[in-house]
Design a protein around this ligand. Sequence first.
Ligand code: C2E
Ligand code: MG
Ligand code: MG
Length: 722
Amino acid sequence: MSASPSPQRGVVLVADDDPVMRLLMLEMLQQVGLDGIEAEDGRLALQLARERRPDLILMDVEMPHLDGFAACRAIRRGDGPGASVPIVMVTGGDDIEAVTSAYEAGATDFVSKPINWPILGHRVLYVLRASDAIARLRIADAQNRAVLAAIPDTFFRMNRDGFYLDYEPGRGFPSRERDGAVPFTSERCVGRHITEVLPREIAARVMEQLSEVLRTQQIRSLEYELLRFGAAQHFEARLVATSPSEVLGLVRDISERKRSEEQIRRLAYCDSLTGIPNRQAFLETLERELQRSKVGNKKFAVLFMDLDAFKRINDTLGHNVGDHLLKIVSERLRETIRPSDLVSRSEALPDEAGTIEPATSATNLARLGGDEFTILIPDLERVEHALNVAHRVKEAMRRPFLIDGNEIFVTASIGISLFPEDGDDCNSLLKFADTAMYHAKNCGKNNAKLYSSSLTMQIMSHVKLEVGLRKALQNDELYLLYQPQLDVRSLEIVGVEALVRWRHPERGIISPTEFIPLAEETGLIVPIGEWVLRTACDQARAWQRALHRSVRMAVNLSAKQFKDENLSQIVLSALDETGLDPKLLELELTEGTLMDDAKATLATLEQLRRIGVHLSIDDFGTGYSSMNYLKRFDVRALKIDRSFICGLPQDSENAAITRAIIAMAHGLKMAVVAEGVETDEQLILLEQYGCDLVQGYFLGHPSSADVITDMLGRLPMMLPAP
Ligand code: C2E
Ligand code: MG
Ligand code: MG
């Protein structure tokens, strides 16, 4: 088979027993630039066809030895190049039978006698060209088949109406029936319409792409999933137009790729510690929810939860316990949101692929990192609904966590942002929920707060307040009040607690609960604390001089101050400058401050002990502390938090707690101060419990130094009769 048109002149074998005919034929061929060789009978024709490999054979039907048909058949039978040489039979007149026999014998074409001599040469040229084209096609076809056989894909041809014209299953595609599933084979597909072979929905998608391919003449691909042989198999079909009305399709089994993609997806979207979705997954869920809510005109909420004091648990009990805690927290969160209406509402959320996800709310929960968790509440009808969820979450965290024999108590602070009220993009919504969470923490932890425009206003005023606070010291806007502490047995005022106030030029008196956290955040607490300390020491020393009596001065220290490496230096110079006896100064710390970093704490406490000042634990019972630590810290007194006292005497639970704290403190040789005593009944009860000191509105509000001077000058107060 000569594929390319030969650069030299073509050679035609002329087989005819009539020498005149041969002569004329050779002449005509010469005219159109072809060379000829002659054979005078069929046998010679066969021999020359094999030996000389002509480009075409003109074969007479009737010849001695071997007639034209037999010679033709013999040439075709061989498997050499001769098998495809074009053979033009020269038949008699209108001998239809001869024509039919010629084709049956494998002839390419025929010319009938009498021969139209002028056009014979052209006819031969035409057949040569056609056969050349066919030869080239055959090569291309063979090459295509070789390529297709080398790739693992299935390929098919399909016409514009969706009928398979050809179907060749790829290597690796199942070829035998298994588990009741019939494999796709050529017999099953060719001649059939696609809807008879593939499920309707997939067939429709293929047809849609097919008409696009025919319209644009560009390659298109689609992926689909089939449940085959008991498992979901994924396929990718690529369609390419081969003519205006036909496409070639290549189908590849991409199940393996899908499996690894799914694995990667799982790794990339799953928090490895807790197994719940991670930040990335949450952001994507949020983005989908945002689009869905925008289209459907719906509302949703983002809850941002952060455990209070998680760092302390990590530091004191170790990271293993911390990790364990996070796992249980995520389980509780999952349980908390499962039975709610979140589940049923998120049921019908379609995923990216457009398929309906099974009912689960797990995707609405995520761990962003550390001890931060987020929950998405879709289809929010009322804000209260989000607050209810926050409440349930808080309640779920309140139950003690039992880890390695430790009973751990944690609380959570929660911030909530709302779509569309608070923002209309994911980042803002997440940021605002985070801001609201910080706000919740500032409001005393274990709290849930909504981010609302009013919160923004608050932040604005926060900024203004900060600017003001920076000037407060220079402008003499800070001053101290003192609240008396009474010895329950002698009924004498033995000490006072210094409480700072800010007289704001526009806003009036501002409470320390508002500006101390701000001072802490900005670091202003250090100069403010130093001023408080010196002023308080100065006042105590003044009373000592004027009244000839020792009044113990309690000064609050915030965590930031306690961590300040110059603390002992500041305390020393306040004492030095004022000449106050260190024994008369008591520093109040909260449990949280002490437990934050036990090692550093011990070093600081040792320095303070050496100076000779006393320590007490403020707001005792609201934080987290271990008795062992308190023993080591050499604490003089525990101040029972106001929240335990305020319900007394009716609240039997708080009464029991108060009694227990007093007994325990006495066991450790510590004194007990009850804060927030507002009634005589409370005072009597505390006296019965053996409480040492009391402080509260019943005995005196925080007051100016002058008022306290008067009180100190008076006789011990009388305890009301029980
Ligand atoms: P704290 O040290 O626990 O102070 C006791 C708070 O309870 C004071 O609030 C006091 O006015 C209030 N209080 C006293 N008796 C009663 C009562 O019978 N009933 C009620 N309902 N409340 C009572 P204040 O003065 O607003 O101080 C709040 C907190 O601010 C203090 O809590 C303390 O933690 C902090 N603070 C106050 N002054 C300073 C300071 O100079 N430096 C630092 N670092 N913190 C301070
Ligand atoms: Mg205090
Ligand atoms: Mg207190």
